[in-house]
Design a protein around this ligand. Sequence first.
Ligand SMILES: [Zn+2]
Ligand SMILES: [Zn+2]
Length: 353
Amino acid sequence: MKKLLLALVALIAISLAAFQLPAVQDRLVDQAIRRNMDNADRGALFNDDALRLLVCGSSSPFPSEDRARPCLAVIAGGKFYVVDTGPGSWNRMALLRIPGERIGGVLLTHFHSDHIGDLGEFNMQTWVAGRPGPLPVYGPPGVERVVAGYTEAYALDNGYRVAHHSAEFLPPGKGLMEAHAVDAHDGARPLFTDGELRVTIFPVHHNPIEPAVGYRFDYKGRSLVISGDTTKDPRLTAVARGADLLAHEAQNQELVARMASLAGELDRPRLKKVLGDIPSYHTSPVEAAGVANEAGVKLLLLYHLTPPPPRAVEGVFLRGVAAVRPQGVALAHDGDLVELPLAGGEPKLSRLR
Ligand SMILES: [Zn+2]
Ligand SMILES: [Zn+2]
């Protein structure tokens, strides 16, 4: 026994010493760099055998160690379309090694900062990655102002990049964004088509924030709906009818109330005021489950989690949901992937590493 212990200690000592050897360090660094840069395996995400949804941000404005602010990427027909670009979401896409040049467009649901904060990064980084043209940015009226603002904020950096890498490598015209404003306040309407992909824009109730919209994607017989920020809204239920997947925002009102009460105890009156205001314009997990049932969707994926629950006890967020909808509910995490096979079948949920 004593010999075994001595051998173990010797082995640990040798291993620790090995980590100090430059050759060993170089090898480990190479492995880490390769892991972060190699995206050859991501090509399979773009195979034309499914409509896919990738979570590039599952949180709400509240801080989170492992969740970016709202961002959902819809993958179809060899491209991805990003619904909302919350702060931290480009970093998440990069960590997930998604090839930026395949971006087909950005769709904004409304202009709260937690939904638009990384728009400049998405434009800049996908241009550098080799995007074939300007980036279309869709949204309700107001999207022109947001695009103009980010364009101005990044104008100096655009110039730096062209001067540094050459206009041949980074054609300035391809680094631009094109705003497409569509007024959908009086009902759902077609937004655009790209091959067999059809995208619909529809109004939601996020008062006093007006306009606010959601989006529905239809591709080769599969469909998914993204709520944006909303209260429980029958217009959304109507648009989502029969969809395979509903990604719906969710705010656990009990947890928010507990946070407000604790903010009072901790002498954080401004935080308490904000926490007291927000229940009026979001949807609880139980309400979202009701929407999913009424719409008859196969899978409900809750995102924009307010507050983002700690991993170890995240079931707390779903209290009461099982009584309304025992199955077909999932809580989104960054990196979650839902696949809707074009050949038919149930939605498949997995997580990218
Ligand atoms: Zn939000
Ligand atoms: Zn909002």
